[in-house]
Design a protein around this ligand. Structure first.
Ligand SMILES: [Zn+2]
Length: 492
């Protein structure tokens, strides 16, 4: 696997983390203090409504919207906190939860749009090598480790580490922890059980709704969750943040300390590898390909569509070859763009039609291969006869576009607006309507400068006709700040 480099950029209200592989930006994470992620936070909440029909409940955790807890995420509560009730996972939700009941929950999904946060009652606490599941029992190895012998060896190591400690509860060995020694694991266990003890004390003395544990800031989460064996260097442009990361790693993963580094240069860290430019490009609809073709990525509420096009001129002779090369390049570029833009849900890709079956097969193999390196699981369905491929990609966070942009108020996100001519004709109809409703000596039209210019230029004859029809004078006035679609008609 190619070594990766991580760059962390800090400004007082925003932290950005870039993953670079091969000198190319692969992924970008942005966290703003105004709307920081609450995923991973642990709250003492109160059940406000139980919905037996949906096998779910709404829980007040102190946010604007009540959070959502589904029965499948309601695990036996053996959390041993005074005042919390025990529950049985197979029973009906109405028998497990009652309105007014206190419950300790962890946020698994941030609130998005009109949806409240999604919760689980299974408390899980990750550190670098392990995940601690207080109140459960059993040891497990991450599913990504497939070799049975290797799994068994790791499991023995984990059991030894837990056995040497006084910890109770379950542990999972993370993918990032496969090379951890027994000693390394014991550092994790000390760290995690200490954290859980503090949380338990806080939960037993707090009044719900209360935040019991806030997950680490993005900078520390980044070094906690990294698959370190692929990481060459982590560079941070803030001394303070560097200290935070250093302090955390010292406790649970001291072996990697020499790979984190404070970046002291005056030139912005994101100018390395042209990251700022890449972020800009990741917000554009169009992505240019080296072969001359391009992708058009469009997001609607229900799905993302990706259209693949060849360049402007393609000779007849090598048409099939050009199409094949364009599709092949597009498959690789698309996988990276999905990561970079953090697009999830249904993605429909419209490849250029290929005449040769082997070409289609190879494009599909490339697409599947590129997506397989994705940490967000993606499923690729077979190509249809029309060259359409449906991908479903796990949606975990907001897309880059949702994080960085807002809907354009001029066009309300349509990407186009009514033409000046259309607005002129709307104004004519409105003036007629007003004249019929209210008899006045004069009518006043107020509109944006471009529309006024149009009314007095190209449509001057139309305006004169209108005056003749209603038999009254019409005055036109421009108003600064009016949008091209905006106007008023008044009887004077
Ligand atoms: Zn617009």
């Amino acid at each position: 696997m190619m070594p990766e480099e991580i760059l962390v950029n800090f400004t007082p209200c925003e932290t950005r983390v870039a993953v670079i592989k091969n000198g190319i930006l692969q992924k970008i994470d942005v966290e703003r203090s105004r709307n920081a992620s609450i995923t991973g936070n642990i709250y003492l909440g109160v059940v406000v409504r139980v919905l037996p029909g949906m096998q779910a409940a709404f829980v007040d955790i102190g946010l604007e919207r009540n959070a959502f807890l589904h029965a499948q995420d309601l695990v036996p509560s053996q959390q041993k906190i005074p005042g919390l009730q025990q529950s049985d996972p197979k029973a009906d939700i109405a028998s497990l939860l009652a309105e007014g009941q206190r419950i300790l929950v962890k946020v698994v999904k941030n609130p998005m749009g009109r949806k409240g946060a999604r919760l689980t009652s299974q408390i899980s606490l990750p550190s670098c090598n392990l995940v601690y599941l207080p109140g459960t029992d059993g040891m497990r190895v991450a599913q990504s480790v497939q070799d049975p012998e290797c799994r068994e060896r790791l499991l023995q190591r984990l059991k030894e580490a837990v056995g040497n400690s006084s910890a109770d509860g379950g542990f999972i060995l993370r993918t990032a922890g496969v090379s951890a020694s027994v000693d390394d694991m014991q550092s994790d266990i000390r760290f995690l059980t200490g954290m859980w003890d503090r949380m338990r004390r806080k939960a037993s003395t707090s009044e719900p709704p209360a935040l019991i544990h806030q997950d680490f800031p993005l900078s520390v989460r980044t070094v906690r969750d990294l698959a370190w064996e692929n990481i060459e260097k982590v560079r941070v442009d803030s001394r303070e943040m560097f200290e935070q990361m250093h302090q955390f790693l010292q406790e649970v993963k001291p072996g990697v300390l020499d790979r984190i580094e404070h970046y002291p240069d005056a030139s912005p860290i994101f100018d390395l590898y042209g990251i700022e430019d890449e972020i800009q490009k990741a917000l554009n609809r169009k992505v240019m390909l080296k072969s001359g073709g391009y992708l058009v990525i469009e997001r609607t509420e229900a799905m993302t569509t990706v259209d693949i096009n060849t360049g402007s001129f393609v000779g007849r002779r090598n048409l099939e070859e050009t199409i094949f090369r364009t599709n092949l390049e597009a498959a690789a570029v698309l996988a990276r763009q999905l990561r970079l833009r953090n697009l999830g849900g249904i993605i429909i890709v419209d490849f250029i039609d290929m005449a040769v079956a082997e070409h289609s097969a190879q494009v599909m193999r490339t697409l599947e291969h590129e997506l397989s390196r994705d940490e967000n699981k993606a499923q690729v369905n077979e190509m249809t006869a029309l060259g359409l491929v449906e991908i479903t990609r796990k949606r975990t966070r907001e897309s880059l576009e949702e994080v960085l942009t807002e809907v354009c108020p001029s066009c309300d996100g349509r990407g186009s607006r009514k033409s000046r001519l259309t607005t002129c004709y709307e104004i004519f109809r409105e003036t007629l309507r007003t004249a019929r409703a209210v008899d006045a000596q004069e009518y006043l039209i107020v509109a944006s400068q471009p529309v006024v210019d149009w009314l007095q230029g190209e449509e001057a004859a139309g305006l004169a006709d209108l005056e003749a029809v209603i038999g009254r004078k019409i005055t036109v006035r421009a108003k600064a700040g009016y949008d091209q679609e905006q106007y008023d008609v008044a009887a004077m």
